[in-house]
Design a protein around this ligand. Structure first.
Ligand SMILES: [Zn+2]
Length: 397
């Protein structure tokens, strides 16, 4: 199975050691740090025209910045999601433009499809028979779909609070699912115990492999492409594990290094007030987060008390002069439902944090009149219809 010729191996984000991608595919063997795919960017000769007419119309058309060749990819044509203008929000915030990068349009309704496409491709390439992960719901559903596509068995560990649709669709894709009583840390502990006994299970969880977050990168590349390779000023990402911010920062640096863009946006983490370890570390000026002791938010998908990508997200936020904001659940749900009501877009409940964060930044005067803002909708709102409607009912509507 072919790799991209510019793919140079995987590098540890903590100790900077390079490894051969055929020999190392999980965490760093020296220090357990997160591994990143690396490319010989100087050898790439990329221009906007490189991608314009290319098929397939999926994330794999950005093949130079992905590790594997498109003809080797396990894909259901994920990516190519729209960047939808929302002029009503631009007027409210007093900025030049607001867009929603609508990742709900992916095959299983989540940005995680991009990551699972690349991670399951890597697993297949490594000769795995089984893939496994702990998940708050969306990436578990996605992994089950891509494993099915690849003819692999999947094993997903979800907390009991994971959404009904996520759990049902894992089964519909033929995946094996363990519903663990408690929250995501309980599911992760059960997953770790199971993996320890099964050396034939290939982890596909974000940041447990170099490849799941590598796929998320293409969402940022598409944002830049949709803006004619102009860099947006501010990108706000709903944040649990911190994976998306790390991936977007990596993508922005790679585009900058290839000359396709000439700036890097301010990246903002949007977290729920009831589980905001990254925001707390940012506000306290610390380089690493402390686990959140009593997570409590309606936003189950981003309720991650001890995020694996916490420190990487803090790096991304600080290096881009961005920020981190936590918002209460009612404002989050109001953010998602108001965009549905006034702009017709279906945001996941958790992605309402991005809208509420934009309101907070506007109120604090952190936005400029000529800013272009991008809000990432990480998943489809239709999986959260019950949560969103109950918010309206709580207002007496
Ligand atoms: Zn290391």
């Amino acid at each position: 199975m072919e790799t991209n010729p510019a793919f140079a191996g995987v590098r540890c984000t903590a100790c900077d050691t390079m490894f051969d991608a055929d020999e190392v595919s999980g965490r760093c063997p020296s220090c357990e740090g997160v591994l990143d795919a690396t490319y010989d960017l100087d050898a790439l000769d990329l221009a906007p025209e490189t991608f314009a007419e290319r098929s397939p119309r999926s994330q794999w058309r950005y093949r130079e910045l992905l590790p594997f060749a498109p003809d080797a990819a396990v894909t259901t044509m994920e990516g190519e999601t729209p960047l939808v203008p929302v002029p009503s929000l631009a007027a409210e915030f007093g900025v030049a433009a607001v867009y929603v990068k609508d990742e709900g349009r992916n095959p299983t309704g989540t940005i995680d499809d991009r990551g699972q496409s690349v991670a399951v491709t890597a697993a297949k390439r490594a000769g795995a028979s089984d893939v496994a992960l702990a998940s708050t719901g969306d990436d578990g559903q996605s992994a089950a779909a891509y494993a099915a596509r690849a003819g692999l068995d999947s094993h997903t560990f979800v907390p009991s609070r994971a959404g009904f649709t996520n759990k049902a669709m894992v089964n519909v894709h033929g995946g094996d699912m363990s519903v663990v009583e408690g929250r995501i840390d309980d599911a992760e502990a059960a997953f770790a115990d199971a993996v320890a006994e099964r050396d034939d299970w290939h982890p596909v969880q974000a940041l447990a492999t170099p490849y799941a977050h590598e796929g998320l990168k293409t969402a940022y590349i598409e944002i830049a492409a949709a803006l004619d390779w102009e860099t947006p000023d501010v990108v706000i990402h709903p944040t649990g594990r911190g994976t998306g911010l790390h991936a977007f920062y990596k993508a922005a640096r790679e585009l900058d290094a290839t000359g396709l863009t000439d700036a890097i946006p301010k990246l903002y983490a949007a977290q729920a007030e009831g589980c905001a370890p990254i925001v707390r570390a940012f506000e306290e000026g610390r380089e690493s987060h402390e686990p959140w002791e009593r997570p409590d938010t309606i936003c189950g998908r981003i309720e991650i008390p001890d995020p694996a990508g916490g420190n990487l997200a803090l790096d991304a936020i600080r290096a881009t002069d961005g920020g981190a904001v936590s918002v209460p659940d009612p404002e989050t749900l109001e953010g998602a439902t108001s965009v549905a009501e006034t702009a017709g877009l279906e945001l996941s409940a958790s992605s309402g944090t991005a809208v509420a964060t934009a309101y907070a930044l506007a109120e604090r005067g952190e936005l400029d009149a000529d800013d272009t803002l991008v809000l990432v909708n990480a998943g489809t709102g239709s999986k959260d219809g019950d949560i969103l409607r109950s918010h309206l009912m709580s207002k007496g509507i």
